[in-house]
Design a protein around this ligand. Structure first.
Ligand SMILES: Cc1ncc(COP(=O)(O)O)c(C=O)c1O
Length: 396
């Protein structure tokens, strides 16, 4: 189903089994909105599916997607490793008895003293994409393994692109990995991120072709044998703009790897965030107000007690289109969906008019499906006095 095909009501069955939704709803019914409920068995299932499809890869969970302790513990116990963005995430994950050997410092933007901090805590795996950062790693984390992140071209087809800000051109990647050896570091591999919620599987093909060039050039020109490819995240969650299923991604990406590297792959790392967690979460909100801007206006404004500043920031530019479910039924009308704060940027969807029933009224609940990732961790601390988005993890 593509975005253009969606002009009806969100069908729960497209997103959750009735057992899972009932479990979440029974819990939600007891509590005041807004909050996210995370269903841990759904995460377990997604982890099994990922590992099943990519049995040759090591999983490094991108903690930024959702750093809830219960999620970290579940993934720790399942044997996952962790992609870490800051010293605060590091403290949190290592505070749960995760060994430093299971951690990668994946942020290319880091202070010298933070690199030192990671090093002192035992981390030996660092991402980089610039000479300045590489030299700082050599000084503050001597002898460590480094991998260089390359630029990718997937920004047109990813719903939440990550290009431009991160990565470097192929030529520079070759130079940095060569310099890494001169600086006493181990030139370990290459990483990329094709953009989050990447709908075009061919993006991995293009990225892997670059990686292959870098592997070959370093071997042929420098005698450096790289050992690892970090294929980042970008795997899909289930939103309104549907994607292929994970099995298709895995099949295609594995084929790309085989074409470039034969049957003997280097070590492969995946850093899933969204694809592991998003579908496990439902954000439960309440309609605060419904209005029209004039008596003859053709659509209503539906204001809810959750908005851009309380977890729905990925609706920026209407990028991520969450399925929204209501138990109310009846004739539908396209509605603008907006948040509760006194900020006019706090509108989630205005161009895309969500079809919502005319029977909807203040006090009714709206269920924002597939909101387990990139919601709670993005929520403001006290904007307009509203507290950060609450979260409950259930099951297991
Ligand atoms: C370095 C890195 N790895 C992995 C991820 C997770 O990506 P996704 O949520 O698309 O799986 C991100 C997301 O920003 C990232 O920055």
């Amino acid at each position: 189903m593509s975005m253009n095909e969606f002009n009806g009501v969100t069908q729960l069955a497209d997103f959750y089994s009735s057992e899972t939704f009932t479990r979440i709803k029974n819990f939600a019914d007891q509590r005041e909105t807004p909050f996210v409920v995370i269903d841990l068995p759904t995460i377990s299932g997604a982890y099994d599916e990922l590992v099943g499809h990519f049995d040759y890869a090591d999983i490094y969970y991108a903690v930024k997607a959702n750093p809830a302790e219960a999620i970290l513990k579940l993934l720790r116990d399942r044997g996952a490793n962790f992609d870490i963005a800051s010293r605060y995430e590091l403290d949190k994950v290592m505070g749960l008895d995760v060994d430093a050997s299971r951690i990668s410092y994946g942020n290319t933007i880091k202070k010298a003293r933070d690199i030192r901090y990671f090093y002192e805590r035992g981390v030996r795996l660092f991402a980089t994409d610039s000479e300045s950062d590489l030299q700082t790693i050599a000084r503050e984390a001597p002898g460590s393994q480094v991998y260089v992140r390359v630029l990718t071209d997937g920004s047109q087809t990813a719903d939440w692109p990550l290009s431009r800000k991160f990565g470097c051109e192929t030529e520079m990647a070759v130079e940095l990995l060569t310099e890494a050896r001169e600086l006493g570091l181990e030139p370990y591999g290459v990483s990329f991120h094709v953009g989050s919620q990447q709908r075009e599987i061919g993006s991995w093909d293009a990225a892997l072709a670059k990686v292959k060039v870098i592997f070959d050039r370093l071997r042929d020109e420098q005698g450096i044998e790289l050992k690892m490819i970090n294929m980042g995240g970008g795997f899909p969650a289930n939103y309104i703009s549907r994607t292929n299923d994970l099995a298709t991604y895995a099949e295609e990406i594995t084929r790309f790897l085989q074409e470039d590297f034969g049957e003997e792959f280097p070590r492969i790392i995946l850093e899933p965030g969204r694809s592991l967690i998003a579908n496990a979460g439902i954000l439960v909100s309440e309609v605060v107000l419904i209005s029209r801007k004039s008596r003859t206006a053709l659509h209503r404004w539906v204001f809810t007690d959750v908005g851009k500043f309380s977890g729905l920031i990925e609706t920026l530019d209407e990028s991520i289109k969450y399925p929204v479910y209501t138990e109310k039924t009846g004739e539908l009308e396209g509605s603008v969906l907006a948040g509760p704060t006194c900020d006019s940027a706090d509108i989630m969807y205005e161009n895309f008019k969500y079809p919502l029933p005319l029977t909807l009224e203040p006090g009714d609940r709206l269920y924002w499906l597939s909101t387990g990732a990139y919601t709670t961790s993005y929520s403001a601390v006290e904007f307009n006095g509203f507290p950060p988005l609450a979260e409950y993890c259930i099951g297991e």
